[in-house]
Write a protein that binds this ligand. Sequence first.
Ligand code: MF3
Ligand code: CO
Length: 258
Amino acid sequence: MITIKNKKEIELMREACKVVALVYEELEKVIKPGMSTLELDQIAEKKMRSLGATPAQKGYSVGIKGVPPYPASICVSVNDEVIHGIPSKNKIIQEGDVVSVDTVAYKNGYNGDAARTFIVGKVSKEAKRLVEVTKQAFYEGLKYAKVGNRIGDISHAIGEYVASQGYSVVREFQGHGIGKDMHEDPGIPNYGKAGRGVRIEAGMTLAIEPMVIQGKPDILELDDGWTIITEDGSLAAHYENTVLITEKGPEILTILKK
Ligand code: MF3
Ligand code: CO
C-alpha cells in the first residue's frame, strides 16, 4: 500500500530518520580495522535505544518458511557481500575493507532507513570510486524524486548513471516506500524505464537505495538465509536515504541538518 503522510506523521518520520543519521555520525567515528562487525552492531543498537528507538531489522521476518528472522540490529556487508550481512564477533574489519551498513530505526510507530558504505583505512582507488559512484547514483535518482514525475524516472536515472560508470546495479532488491512499515509500496528498482510506474506525490516517504557491484550484476545468497554476495567475487557498495517528497522538492530525512 502507498501511504501519504500527513503533517503529524511527517514529524514522526523525521524523528525516526534523525535517529538513523545519529547512528551513522557515531559509526563513522568508531569504525576501524580490528573491530568486529558485531561490535558495530552493538554500538548502533545502543545508540538507537538511547534515543528512544528500537532496531527495526532485529527479528524482521520475510514470512517465508525456512528463512529465520533477521538476527541482528544492523546489516554489515563487507567487500563482496552486497547487503544483509549478519554481524559476527568472528568477522573482523580489515584495513582496506569496503563495509556497507544498513540501519532501520523504529520510533513512535515509524521507521527511518538508510545505508552507508565506509571504506576503512587505506583503500584502493577502485574501491573508493565504487563507493563514490554508489552515493552519486542515489543523488542522480534524487533529482527525479519530484511531484509529478514517476518512480521509473528515479530508477532510470540510477541505472543509467551506474552503467555509464562501468558498474552493475543489483536487480533482485530495490528501494521502497517507508512509514509505519519498513517496506511499503511503491517498490523503487535501481534500473528501469523513464516515464513508467507510480506517480510521485507530496507526502510520500521513499527509501532510495542503489546497490552497486563492481563486476557482473549476478548475486548469490549464503546458507544463513540472508547474506547476499556477488557471484563473481567483485566488490559491492550500498547507499540509501529516506526521502520526503514535498511540493518544493525532495528532502533527505536521514542526514543531519547543519
Ligand atoms: N534495511 C533493508 C532495506 O533497506 C532491509 C533489510 S532486511 C532485514 O530495505 F531483515 F535485514 F531487516
Ligand atoms: Co531500505
